[in-house]
Design a protein around this ligand. Structure first.
Ligand code: ADP
Ligand code: ADP
Length: 216
């Protein structure tokens, strides 16, 4: 489902983030991308929704080489991918409900449909009782769970997370990773960049370890 063929990425200015990287992640798989800071983990994730393009090689998603994806198809690609950031990027001028609803509002979904899906997503992350809350009143772990609800509310077949537990203590980190496992268990292909090695080893999923932009 996600295939990198000899992908290299050189940023303007010369930083070589990926060097001839070949990786295949199958549909329904759960994989961790590990490696030191600067190893290329974020760059790897950013190529999947076409936030970055390879300098060489190809990224193929669902059999489609992204280099040949027409511009008008990019929004469709991105709708199929839920993204979770370390800093969760919630909007602080609106409620938890409205944050989670945002992707559905943008997609022009009907009011009733939005209400049902947002509540279902909040229920899955255990935060239905917080739908009226302002994000600032939530703990770090709760804010991250709102970020996850927002990412899954459109039911994307792929979830990408970039250091989703970077700001959380070990107990909360494990809770968040278990939540990802639950989505993975219903078939969502899940790729998580993290350098929390003890936790990753305990969870026991596939690990793709990057060293200076190469799979080690
Ligand atoms: P990681 O997520 O593993 O920390 P990154 O993918 O963020 O690694 O970075 C890999 C390399 O690419 C680093 O040397 C970083 O400085 C560089 N890099 C990342 N983003 C940019 C950018 N937008 N412009 C220039 N260099 C970048
Ligand atoms: P509904 O079918 O009413 O949307 P579900 O209980 O099947 O309710 O799903 C509730 C929510 O859980 C969805 O809105 C979505 O956020 C998440 N979810 C469930 N299944 C998946 C899936 N396969 N992929 C992504 N997200 C899912």
């Amino acid at each position: 489902m996600i295939r990198f063929d000899e992908v290299s990425k050189r940023y303007p200015g010369g930083n070589e983030a990926l060097r001839g990287l070949a990786v295949h992640i199958a549909q329904g798989e759960m994989a961790f991308i590990t490696g030191a800071s600067g190893a290329g983990k974020s760059t790897f994730l950013r190529m999947i929704p076409l936030l970055e393009r390879p300098s060489q090689g190809s990224v193929v998603i669902d059999g489609v080489n992204l280099a040949r994806l027409p511009k008008r198809r990019v929004p469709y690609l991105r709708r199929r991918i839920g993204i979770i950031f370390q800093d969760h990027r919630l909007l602080h001028d609106r409620s938890v409900f409205d944050n989670v609803a945002l992707p559905l509002v943008i997609a022009g979904r009907a009011h009733q449909d939005i209400r049902r899906r947002v509540r279902a997503a909040l229920d899955k992350v255990g935060l239905l009782h917080k739908e009226r809350a302002e994000p600032v009143t939530l703990s770090g772990g709760e804010q991250q769970r709102v970020g996850i609800a927002r990412a899954v509310v459109t039911r994307p077949p792929v979830l990408l997370a970039d250091e989703p537990t970077g700001n959380l203590d070990p107990t909360l980190s494990e809770e968040i990773m278990r939540l990802f496992e639950q989505f993975n268990q219903v078939g969502v292909t899940t790729v998580i960049a993290s350098h929390d090695l003890p936790l990753i080893e305990r969870l026991g999923h596939r690990r793709i370890h990057l060293v200076e932009g190469r799979a080690a």
